[in-house]
Design a binder for this molecule. Structure first.
Ligand SMILES: [Zn+2]
Length: 171
């Protein structure tokens, strides 16, 4: 499957990490969003990419890996839009309009585009549910064909199609 996705990360404790060549940053506890696209097959398909994001043990390759490789920072949900188009920058901008966010560091997760960052902190204090609702509304605006969210607790479980318009109340 090809598409664009936004990870909702919940960091339960503050920590300090290096983000590749961008340098060190103090990550405070709270909600973080990362928006990317996976337009290939196999490891670079949407399923392959999301599986990798949920793995804790991996070689850090992308900026987001410095977050997802931390045990106290969990990928809570991935909201996805099935598409052959690279929509990550448009969706990233739409998220910034709907939520009060700021870059973790300038250029974090956005080495290949003109966006300020694709890895951002949700500045407002909000519940997991409210952050997720805001992300889902943005994706609904993009007239998605399919949406899926991964499991809410474990990084090791597979991708579960537990979100859809009809089954929204189950989340
Ligand atoms: Zn971008």
């Amino acid at each position: 499957m090809k598409g664009t996705y936004t990870l909702l990360l919940v960091c339960k404790r503050s920590f300090r990490t290096k983000i590749g060549k961008l340098g060190y940053v103090n990550v405070r506890k709270g909600h973080y969003l990362y928006t990317g696209s996976a337009l290939g097959q196999g490891a670079v398909s949407l399923e392959g990419r999301l599986r990798r994001h949920r793995e804790v043990s991996k070689k850090t390759r992308w900026h987001i890996d410095y977050f997802t490789a931390k045990r106290n920072c969990t990928v809570s949900v991935a909201v996805c839009l099935r598409s052959r188009q690279r929509l990550e920058c448009s969706i990233n901008h739409a998220l910034a309009r709907r939520l009060n966010v700021r870059p973790v560091l300038p250029r974090a997760g956005s080495s290949d585009c003109a966006c300020q960052a694709h890895l951002v902190k949700v500045v407002s204090s909000m519940s997991d549910r409210r952050v997720l609702d805001a992300v889902i509304r943005v994706y609904e605006d993009f007239r998605q064909l399919n949406q899926f969210s991964s499991d809410t607790a474990s990084k090791s479980r597979g991708l579960l199609p537990i979100y859809s318009r009809k089954r929204r109340e189950r989340f």
